[in-house]
Design a protein around this ligand. Structure first.
Ligand SMILES: NC(=O)c1ccc[n+]([C@@H]2O[C@H](COP(=O)([O-])OP(=O)(O)OC[C@H]3O[C@@H](n4cnc5c(N)ncnc54)[C@H](O)[C@@H]3O)[C@@H](O)[C@H]2O)c1
Ligand SMILES: [Zn+2]
Length: 332
């Protein structure tokens, strides 16, 4: 399956197919020399597969985890690109999850004012969400994604087979983003999660989730209105993430709890609860409401005590409602 994502300047293909990693050299359509960025947690079976196809490529391995998404690692990365003699005509390929993709994408966006970028996402989260849309960047201490750039890849290669080595907890947390996509825009995708066969349908889930994101980002490349829909579950989810800090919960787990916090319709809430439980995701958050409200007030999206809250009363129909922070307090 292929999706073509339109951008302000053209378009790029997203290949979704089992075994696609083995065809990366053909699909990537890389130009010039190739600089591969990957992380230390990616199993050798996948990194070797890519390296064999680009035997002359330089490879930069970052330590796995969010801790690598910062300016220090960015500096090491671009310094290494310079030492290797990478020029504007060359290609950066990311092989990894959202961390490798965001960091390598940011390096590609900024090194010599930008070069070709190919993303090969290897986690569910990056395959169903972060690999398209053009957001790249790094964190500044505890503030996530505060330094970044919009930079579109020239191709995205998604091989569901690479997920076979991903720990189950990571898989399930990533699927929370696909559940989100179903609730805001695609009732059939939500229905897949309600069926018993969802574990056998990775390609369909990835395709449908990305299609939702594609339709939204094409309409709103730089996040003014429509793109806010993608924040469903994230207003509270981000606050829960900050509250617990790194360690206790994964991003998708916080989004799962955040979706439960904003749904009012009792029927939809029960349907979502059943799906999340099936995925082993948390449905209730025990965070201190006062502390959560403090975090929400300092959120960059809160504007003078009001926030655009994304809500839904039935699958496929997300909408935005301007809501006061006081009203949000009542949900905790
Ligand atoms: N750019 C965007 O639009 C966007 C959207 C959502 C999230 N993000 C970012 O994505 C990041 C999170 O991404 P993530 O959840 O993919 O985490 P991640 O990149 O840290 O990967 C999670 C872990 O899985 C390991 N891993 C990756 N692929 C594997 C595989 N196939 N088999 C075994 N292990 C594997 C990694 O080594 C890592 O330890 C965050 O920094 C977040 O801000 C970006
Ligand atoms: Zn998310």
């Amino acid at each position: 399956m292929t999706l073509e994502i339109k951008t302000g300047h053209g378009s790029y293909p997203v290949y979704i197919e089992r075994g696609a990693l083995r065809r990366a050299a053909e699909l990537a359509d890389a130009e010039g020399r190739v600089f591969i960025v990957t992380d230390s947690g990616i199993p050798a079976v996948w990194t070797d597969c890519l390296r064999q196809q680009f035997p002359d490529a330089d490879v930069f391995v970052i330590p796995q985890g969010e801790g690598s998404k910062n300016l220090e690692v960015y500096k090491e990365l671009v310094s290494d690109m310079l030492d290797c003699g990478i020029s504007r005509r060359d290609t950066v390929i990311a092989l990894g999850g959202g961390v490798a993709g965001d960091l390598a994408g940011f390096a590609a966006a900024t090194y010599m004012r930008g070069l070709r970028f190919v993303n090969i996402p290897t986690t569910v989260l990056s395959q169903v969400d972060s690999s398209i849309g053009g957001k790249t960047g790094v964190d500044l201490e505890d503030t996530k994604n505060i330094i970044g750039a919009f930079w579109q890849p020239s191709a995205v290669i998604i091989d569901p087979d690479v997920l076979s080595t991903l720990p189950e907890r990571q898989t399930n947390a990533g699927l929370a983003e696909a559940v989100k996509a179903g609730i805001i825009r695609d009732p059939d995708l939500f229905a897949i999660f309600e069926s018993d066969s969802f574990r056998d349908r990775p390609e369909e889930i990835i395709y449908r989730a990305l299609k939702v994101k594609k339709d939204i980002v094409e309409a709103d490349e730089r996040e003014s209105g429509e793109r806010k829909l993608l924040n469903f579950g994230h207003t509270f989810g981000h606050a829960y993430e900050s509250y617990y800090g790194l360690g206790r919960y994964l991003h998708g787990e916080c989004v799962a709890m955040g979706m439960m916090t904003v749904i009012d319709d009792p029927q939809l809430k029960e349907r979502l609860r059943a799906v999340l439980e099936k995925l082993g995701l948390p449905t209730h958050c025990d965070a201190d409401p006062d502390r959560i409200m403090e975090l929400m007030r300092s959120d960059k999206k809160a504007d003078h005590g009001v926030i655009d809250l994304v809500m839904a009363d039935e699958p496929g129909k997300g909408y935005i409602r301007r809501t006061s922070l006081e009203e949000l307090r009542g949900r905790l």
